[in-house]
Design a binder for this molecule. Structure first.
Ligand code: SIN
Ligand code: CO
Length: 385
């Protein structure tokens, strides 16, 4: 549907001057706004099991309430006329049109995209002044919203105590914009912001993730502990003869630390792990009960049927020496480099023509890979939902 970057010719200027550095308002980035969902549909999604949603109600100054979904149908009629909002995460994994919005942000790597959240607010609704740890493009889908933005990224923002959500104790906005349908505001991580709906408002947040150092370490260590490799234990031959038994010697501390760092520095293990980590999904697509056979897949392609990537599925690749690593939804495959062109296509597009796929079908490992992606529900016929 879209093959144009949302920033058009300004993409490189944006990356140089704004990305991770400063906010940017882009008027009319999506002419006419976006109308893939309305408040009722969003409330419907927020009622479903397995979909992450929140309802935020502002009861008065510094008095906020957050409830987590799924919500019963009758909750909406109990809410006040003003000052509440529903937020539904990862709608790009649910609705094809929202998933395709990601194509407009192809100038940023797949693995950095977190999700597209959509919020519906009644008049004056919002989630209060806060910071986020990620880059975000806030697109005004429908209605209007006033955004106020702070001057710089806050390192350690002070929060209101005793609230179950993160509201800034002090918010000193330096800029204020009223977003009309189709306008878009980019915010780097840490910039304080507050969006207040002016009448009913729908906002799409295209959020990016940046792994935290601790998250990387935790996942890597877990991977290492399951990964088959040499069993390396601490050794201390040449131990000094006379010592205080309670004392841990500086040399011992050094050896222990070196042992750990050597584990972290094994590049081969890192390369096996990182692709899966970076494409890990927020939620899982259910694998098929009935696996597809190579024969029926090939037959479908020969009939000209196109294949689609599952909504929001995260694919990425990287070369490692003579091999190609391809990661999909947290799984990493080591492939023949002859599949580079195919894998590039799988990662870039959301729909693949039979012709494009058949052009690779005789290549080593192609059918096996496609069947696996299929059986895991990462891809399917594009004419089937
Ligand atoms: C919203 O859509 O109401 C909140 C988005 C945000 O501030 O992160
Ligand atoms: Co925010």
């Amino acid at each position: 549907m879209f093959d144009r970057s949302v920033l058009g010719p300004h993409q490189s200027e944006f990356l140089r001057q704004c990305w991770q550095k400063k906010p940017l308002l882009i008027r009319n980035a999506f002419p006419g706004g976006l109308d893939y969902v309305g408040g009722d549909e969003l409330a419907g999604l927020a009622g479903q099991e397995g979909i992450e949603s929140r309802l935020v109600i502002e009861h008065g100054p510094k008095s906020w309430e957050t409830r987590h979904g799924p919500f019963e149908d009758d909750v909406w009629s109990t809410l006040p006329a003003k000052k509440w909002t529903i937020l539904v995460q990862a709608v790009d994994r649910l609705l094809p049109d929202v998933s395709r919005l990601r194509d407009r942000f192809r100038f940023l790597p797949n693995w950095r995209v977190d999700d597209i959240m959509i919020s519906y607010a009644v008049d004056q609704g919002g989630v209060g002044p806060h910071t986020d740890n990620y880059d975000v493009f806030l697109i005004q889908g429908q209605g209007r919203r006033r955004w106020e933005v702070g001057a710089e990224a806050l390192k350690k923002p002070e929060l209101e105590p005793e609230l179950d959500m993160k509201i800034l104790k002090l918010f000193e906005p330096v800029e204020s914009f009223i977003l009309e349908p189709g306008d878009m505001l980019y915010l780097p991580p840490g910039f304080a912001h507050n969006g207040v709906a002016l009448g009913e408002s729908i906002t799409y947040s295209v959020g990016f993730r940046a792994p935290h150092q601790k998250e990387l370490l935790l996942s890597y260590v877990q991977f290492c502990s399951q990964h088959e490799g040499d069993e390396i234990f601490y050794t201390d031959s040449g131990m000094p003869e006379q010592r205080e038994p309670g004392l841990i010697l500086p040399g011992e501390l050094k050896r222990l630390r070196e042992l750990m760092l050597a584990g972290l520095q094994d590049e081969q293990v890192f390369l096996k792990w990182i692709g899966g980590f970076l494409t890990e999904p927020r939620s899982f697509h259910e694998p098929l009960d009935q696996p597809i056979s190579e024969k029926s897949l090939r037959a479908g392609l020969k009939k000209g049927r196109a294949v689609a990537r599952a909504e929001g599925a995260r694919f990425a690749f990287y070369p490692v020496g003579e091999k190609l690593h391809f990661a999909a939804e947290g799984e990493c495959f080591v492939l023949d480099p002859g599949l580079t062109e195919l894998v590039t296509l799988l990662c870039r597009e959301q729909e693949y023509s039979a012709e494009d796929l058949l052009a690779h079908s005789e290549k080593l490992g192609f059918m096996e890979l496609l069947c696996h992606l299929w059986n895991q529900s990462y891809v399917r016929w594009s004419d089937e939902t």
